[in-house]
Design a protein. Structure first.
Length: 440
């Protein structure tokens, strides 16, 4: 009977335990594996336990190594993430069993009136089930903390791996001393010189410490993401300010030319009156070159937007992308120039990137249209794209949406075949006081 119980406890429940951990380990890595991989993993674990004489610490270390090898070879994941999640998987399982064992140690002496063999079997089965359920619950909580933020950066992994390993080794060291191979049972059927209530509290604090570390790691990565976004926004603001300065300089040149136009006309008239038609034609040719320099490739009625759109569409044309612009913006108005620039720059950058990702020979195009209707401005940027995959609202589109909300408007995106269409509706404020001072 003891041999069967040992087989059930070591091989059957041990396999269920390691497979449960392996399942959530692959979920942490955001990978899916075939069913036969689970069978091979369990088989490798059983063989290792049979061939290699191990203790508690050695078993856990072998489990970590087996998870690490599987993560690198089978899941093809980054080794830093693999090591972190392997340690986390084993630590959660270890603490779950430790909590249940301590709880069972407190309950067992209260049931001395029951048949001890039946009670032992019941405690073993219920203990394994309770520990697995607790581990699954903790895995789900850890998964919610980690999955999104782990995709950001991995250089901070060792800041969380070190305390996790410390908790793991300290908990295992304490458990080995208290629940080692040699135990002494007193008359009350308690392990002598052992305070199970104290051990239960230590195990709970270990699990709580583990989640506190994960929460701190999550906040660290959140701050890292915010730092990157802030840096990008600062760069974008710098670029947009350059567009504003270029537009102002261009406007001053245009105003200077308009101021001198009467003098130019007078010169041409005098040359024609004196019969110097060839010189007059040459003078007119020089004026045409000057006006060509002052003209915008795309006239939107807004000098800042003219500079930005002309620059972006010029880049697109140099990449072999067909461009079309029919955009009319209100000017002047209480919509800030930099807000128009945020919308147009992010939309055109995304459009250029989407067209650039398409294969050679594909029909690549970008169309920029916009019109004014009463107090509303509707902007629409359409571009070709690969026509597959889901869209994720990144920093660029989030900034566009925040500008639209700032002016009590809306942003929408849709895909029709190989066409991606971004639409932005703004309500033109009639007074500057109606504009929020901050975006978002």
């Amino acid at each position: 009977m003891d041999a069967y119980m040992d087989f059930f406890n070591r091989d059957v429940m041990g396999s269920v335990q390691v497979l449960t951990g392996f399942y959530f380990f692959t979920r942490f890595l955001q990978r899916k594996v075939k069913f036969y991989v689970y069978l091979l993993f369990a088989l490798c674990w059983i063989i290792m336990m049979r061939l290699i004489p191990t203790g508690r610490i050695a078993e856990f270390l072998l489990y970590v190594l087996l998870l690490t090898a599987s993560g690198i070879v089978v899941c093809h994941a980054d080794w830093k993430s693999v090591v972190l999640y392997a340690a986390l998987t084993v630590e959660i399982m270890q603490l779950s069993y430790g909590i249940v064992n301590s709880l069972w140690g407190m309950l067992y002496p209260q049931m001395v009136s029951f048949e001890q063999k039946i009670l032992g079997i019941a405690f073993m089965l219920l203990g394994n089930m309770a520990a697995l359920l607790l581990a699954v619950l903790c895995y789900h909580m850890a998964q919610r903390c980690f999955l999104y933020y782990e995709t950001v950066k991995k250089q901070y992994i060792f800041t969380i791996l070190t305390p996790i390993l410390m908790i793991f080794l300290m908990e295992e060291y304490i458990s080995s001393i208290i629940y080692g191979n040699i135990t002494v049972i007193d008359n009350s059927r308690m392990i002598a010189h052992t305070n199970h209530y104290q051990m239960f509290a230590i195990q709970l604090l270990g699990m709580a410490s583990l989640f506190c570390i994960m929460f701190a790691y999550k906040k660290l990565l959140q701050n890292f993401c915010l730092g990157i976004e802030l840096s990008l926004l600062e760069q974008e603001e710098h670029s947009l300010n350059q567009y504003v300065e270029e537009a102002k300089a261009h406007y001053e040149k245009t105003r200077s030319f308009r101021h001198d136009i009467k003098n130019h006309i007078t010169v041409v008239r005098k040359l024609l009156q004196k019969g110097k038609s060839e010189q007059a034609l040459n003078y007119i040719g020089d004026m045409e070159e000057l006006t060509e320099e002052l003209s915008f490739p795309c006239s939107t009625n807004n000098p800042v937007a003219d500079i930005l759109v002309g620059n972006k569409l010029g880049i697109a044309q140099s990449m072999g992308i067909d461009v079309y612009c029919s955009l009319l913006l209100p000017y002047p108005c209480f919509v800030r120039d930099i807000d128009f620039c945020i919308i147009l720059s992010n939309a055109l950058d995304n459009a250029i990137h989407a067209c650039k990702s398409m294969g050679d020979g594909a029909d690549k195009y970008i169309r920029v249209t916009g019109r004014i209707q009463g107090d509303f401005v509707l902007l629409e940027i359409e571009n070709s794209f690969q026509g597959q995959g889901l869209f994720r609202k990144g920093t660029g589109l989030s900034n566009v949406e925040m500008v639209a909300e700032k002016y009590h408007g809306a942003m929408s995106i849709k895909a029709e075949g190989t066409a991606f269409i971004l639409s932005v509706l703004l309500i033109i404020p009639q007074h500057s006081e109606s504009i929020p001072q901050q975006i978002g």
